[in-house]
Design a protein around this ligand. Structure first.
Ligand SMILES: [Zn+2]
Length: 268
C-alpha cells in the first residue's frame, strides 16, 4: 500500500522509521534523505506499477547498523573505560573454572576468604617489584592539572589491582589441574605461576599507561617517525604519537640518552 502523498510503500516507511533509531543522531537527517531518495527512485515515476524495493532492505538495514557500530567504535576504541571493562570481563572468565571446581558461588566464597592473606602477600611482593623495576617515566613539558594526574594514577591503580586478581585466579586455575594428582606440587606451583604471570601483566600495565594520552587516557595514535639514527647527538630521533582528540603529543626517543632519558609529553 502506498501513501497518497508519497511513492514510498507502508513497509518502506515503517522500515525507515524503525532503522533510523539505530543511526547516530547527528547523521539521521542525511541518512533518511539518502534512503528516501533511493526508495523513491526505485518506485518513481510508475508508482502505480510500483517496482519492488525489497531488495534494497538488506542494504538499508546493514547501513544503519554499520553507522551505529562505527559510532561506538570511534567513541570507545582505546578508551580507559573499555580497558577497565575488558579487564573485568577477563576477571569473570578467570573465575569460571574455580566456580566449576568449587561447585558454586558459596564454595568460591569460602576459597577466597581462606586465600585472601596469601593473595595480599604475593600481590604486595609483585607490586613492589613492578614499581621498582619500572624505569619508564614520562616527562611533562608543562605541569599536568591535578585532576588529570589523580585520574591517571587511579586508572593505573585500577589496572594494577585487576591484573593482580586475574593472574591470581589464573594461577589457581592452572594449579588446580595438578591438584587431583599431586596436591603438594600444586601448592608449590601456584605462587610461581602467579608471580610470573603477574609480573608480565604489570609490565603490560606500565607500557599501556605510557602509550595513553595524559589528559583523556585514550591510546595514542598516528605514530610518526622523526629524525634519523645519526641525529641522536644534536637533534631528535624517535617516534611521535598524538591524541586523536587533540590533547597533546608524546615524543618517544629511539635511544635513551643522558640528555633525553625518557619520553616527553607536550600538551596542546
Ligand atoms: Zn586525549
Amino acid at each position: 500500500m502506498t501513501h497518497p502523498l508519497s511513492p514510498l510503500s507502508t513497509s518502506d516507511r515503517v522500515l525507515l522509521r524503525l532503522m533510523v533509531r539505530f543511526v547516530p543522531i547527528d547523521e539521521r537527517e542525511d541518512w533518511l534523505r539518502c534512503w528516501r531518495a533511493e526508495l523513491w527512485h526505485r518506485r518513481y515515476p510508475r508508482a502505480r506499477v510500483s517496482k519492488s524495493a525489497v531488495d534494497l532492505y538488506p542494504g538499508l538495514v546493514s547501513d544503519a547498523m554499520w553507522l551505529r557500530a562505527e559510532s561506538w567504535r570511534q567513541a570507545f576504541t582505546g578508551t580507559a573505560s573499555l580497558c577497565i571493562a575488558s579487564l573485568v570481563v577477563a576477571l569473570l572468565f578467570a573465575m569460571l573454572p574455580l566456580l566449576v571446581f568449587f561447585g558454586g558461588v558459596h564454595g568460591l566464597g569460602v576459597f577466597v576468604a581462606a586465600n585472601t592473606n596469601l593473595f595480599l602477600c604475593e600481590a604486595a611482593l609483585v607490586a613492589l617489584v613492578s614499581f621498582a623495576t619500572s624505569s619508564r617515566v614520562v616527562e611533562h613539558a608543562s605541569p599536568a592539572a591535578p585532576f588529570s594526574r589523580l585520574r591517571t594514577q587511579m586508572f593505573l591503580a585500577a589496572k594494577l589491582v585487576l591484573v593482580l586478581l586475574i593472574t591470581f585466579l589464573l594461577s589457581e586455575d592452572l594449579a588446580r589441574t595438578f591438584y587431583g594428582v599431586h596436591p603438594f606440587t600444586a601448592e608449590i606451583l601456584q605462587p610461581q605461576f602467579f608471580v610470573v604471570m603477574a609480573l608480565l601483566g604489570q609490565r603490560w600495565n606500565f607500557s599501556d599507561q605510557d602509550s595513553r594520552c595524559k589528559h583523556c587516557l585514550r591510546v595514542l595514535a598516528l605514530p610518526a617517525r622523526v629524525g634519523r639514527p645519526s641525529w641522536n647527538f644534536l637533534d631528535s630521533n624517535g617516534t611521535e604519537f598524538v591524541c586523536k582528540d587533540g590533547h597533546g603529543l608524546l615524543s618517544v626517543p629511539e635511544i635513551e640518552t643522558s640528555w633525553r632519558p625518557s619520553s616527553r609529553w607536550i600538551a596542546a
